[in-house]
Design a protein around this ligand. Structure first.
Ligand code: NAD
Length: 367
C-alpha cells in the first residue's frame, strides 16, 4: 500500500508528515509518496524525504497512486472527483464544514477527521487538536510580549523599578495551560479562570492564581470537554472576570465548547475599561472569538487595546507543529493499517484494516 502526502494550500506552512516520520511508516510495510515541495515551508526538502525512503511525485500522481492520503486542510472542491474511493486524513472540522463533508460522502471518499478523535487516554498520542493548541498557547504569550509596550518580568534597576506584567488567562485547557507556563517563565503574574474547577490544581502547580466562581455545571462526564453553562452562572462569572480584566495588562482567551460558537467572555464595555497599551490574544477567533470585538485573522485596536485574532498560530512554528502533527498521524495510522502482507501481493506490503468497532476509528470517521 502507498500513503501519499499532499502539499498544503499557500497560506499554510505546515506539512502532514516530515522525513523523520517515514521510518515509522516503513515499519508498517507501506510506501510513502510525497508531493514535490510539500515540506518546503516546514524546512523539509524533497532530498530529505528521499533520503528517508520516500518517493517524490506530482500532486496528481500522488493522488492516483496512493490508497491513503494525508493532508491538514480540506482538499479543494475541484479535487473531490479524483479522490474517489481513497481514504483521506486531516483536520476537516466537519461540524463547521458540514456541506463539504456531505459532498465527500456522496463521492464515496473515506474521510477521517482527526480533530474528532475522542479525548480519551488511549487517544492522547493521536490528539492533533492538543498538539497544535499547545503551540498556540505558547505563541500567544510570545505574540503578546512582542506587542506589549512594557516588560513581562519585574526589575529593580538603577533607572527605577519595573512591576511585573499582569496576565489573565481565560480557559485552562491545553492552550491555556501552555500559555500559563510560558507567561510564568517570562516572569508575569498570572491569574486564570476556567469553568471546570478540576483544573484548579494544575493551574496552581504552574504558579498561577485560580479565580473561583461557584455554581458551574458539571463537566466531569463530557469526555474532557467543557459543557454549556446557565445564564445566571455566566452573569456571575462575567462580574468576577470584569474585576480582573480591569487590572490586567495581557489577556489570553482560549474558552471553547466543542463544536459550538465560542462563548463571549469579554464585552466591549469591559475592554473599554482596560489600560492603554494592553493586549488581548483571542485564540478562539476562528469559532467567533471570546470577545465582542474580535475579528478572525485581524488585529483590532480599540481605545488603545490590541485585540489579536490570529487563528493559525501553529503555522508560525511549522517545524515543531509538523513534527507533532506527523507523529499524531503515524500513531493513528497504526490503528488502520495491518502490517501483514496481502496474500495476493507479491511485494508483501501492509494493507488497510478498518475496524469500526474501535471507538477511535469510528469516532474520527466522518464520511
Ligand atoms: P480545550 O477544550 O482543551 O480548552 C478550552 C478550555 O476552555 C477548557 O478548559 C474549558 O473548560 C474552558 N472553557 C469553556 N467555556 C469557558 C468559559 N465560559 N469560561 C472559561 N473557560 C471556559 O481547548 P484547547 O485545545 O486548549 O484550545 C483552546 C482554543 O484555542 C480553541 O478555541 C481552539 O480552537 C483554539 N486554537 C487556536 C489556535 C490559533 O492558532 N489561534 C490554534 C489551536 C487552537
Amino acid at each position: 500500500m502507498t500513503i501519499g502526502v499532499l502539499k498544503e494550500p499557500l497560506t499554510e506552512t505546515r506539512v502532514s508528515l516530515l522525513p523523520e516520520h517515514i521510518g515509522i511508516l516503513k515499519k508498517l510495510n507501506v510506501d510513502v509518496l510525497v508531493e514535490s515541495n510539500a515540506g518546503e515551508k516546514a524546512f523539509a526538502s524533497d532530498e530529505k524525504y528521499v533520503e528517508a525512503g520516500a518517493g517524490i511525485d506530482s500532486r496528481q500522481n500522488v493522488i492516483n497512486k496512493s490508497e491513503i492520503i494525508l493532508t491538514i486542510h480540506l482538499p479543494s472542491a475541484s479535487e473531490v472527483e479524483s479522490l474517489k474511493t481513497k481514504v483521506i486524513l486531516g483536520i476537516f472540522q466537519p461540524l463547521y464544514n458540514v456541506d463539504f463533508v456531505k459532498k465527500l460522502n456522496v463521492s464515496n471518499i473515506t474521510v477521517f477527521s482527526i480533530d474528532m478523535i475522542p479525548r480519551t487516554t488511549r487517544a492522547q498520542s493521536m490528539d492533533v487538536l492538543s498538539s497544535q493548541a499547545n503551540i498556540a498557547g505558547y505563541k500567544a504569550v510570545l505574540l503578546a510580549a512582542n506587542l506589549f509596550p512594557r516588560y513581562f518580568p519585574m526589575f529593580m534597576t538603577a533607572a527605577g523599578s519595573i512591576p511585573p506584567a499582569k496576565v489573565l488567562i481565560l480557559g485552562a485547557g491545553v492552550a491555556g495551560l501552555q500559555a500559563i507556563a510560558t507567561a510564568r517563565r517570562l516572569g508575569a503574574v498570572v491569574e486564570v479562570f476556567d469553568t471546570r474547577p478540576a483544573v484548579k490544581e494544575e493551574v496552581m502547580s504552574l504558579g498561577a492564581k485560580f479565580i473561583e466562581v461557584e455554581g458551574a455545571a458539571d463537566a466531569s462526564k463530557a469526555g474532557g470537554y467543557a459543557v454549556e453553562q446557565t445564564s445566571e452562572f455566566l452573569q456571575k462569572q462575567k462580574d468576577r472576570i470584569a474585576a480582573s480584566v480591569q487590572k490586567s495588562d495581557i489577556i489570553i482567551t482560549t474558552a471553547q465548547i466543542f463544536g459550538k460558537k465560542a462563548p463571549i467572555l469579554l464585552t466591549e464595555e469591559m475592554i473599554a475599561k482596560m489600560k492603554n497599551g494592553s493586549v488581548i490574544i483571542d485564540l478562539a477567533a476562528a469559532t467567533g472569538g471570546n470577545t465582542e470585538l474580535t475579528k478572525n485573522n485581524e488585529t483590532v485596536i480599540y481605545k488603545g487595546v490590541s485585540i489579536v485574532g490570529n487563528s493559525n498560530l501553529p503555522s508560525t512554528m511549522p517545524y515543531d507543529a509538523s513534527k507533532m502533527y506527523g507523529k499524531n498521524i503515524c500513531n493513528f495510522l497504526q490503528l488502520i493499517i495491518d502490517k501483514e502482507a496481502r496474500p495476493d501481493d507479491p511485494v508483501g506490503r501492509g494493507k488497510l484494516n478498518l475496524n469500526f468497532e474501535d471507538e477511535l476509528v469510528k469516532g474520527t470517521l466522518v464520511s
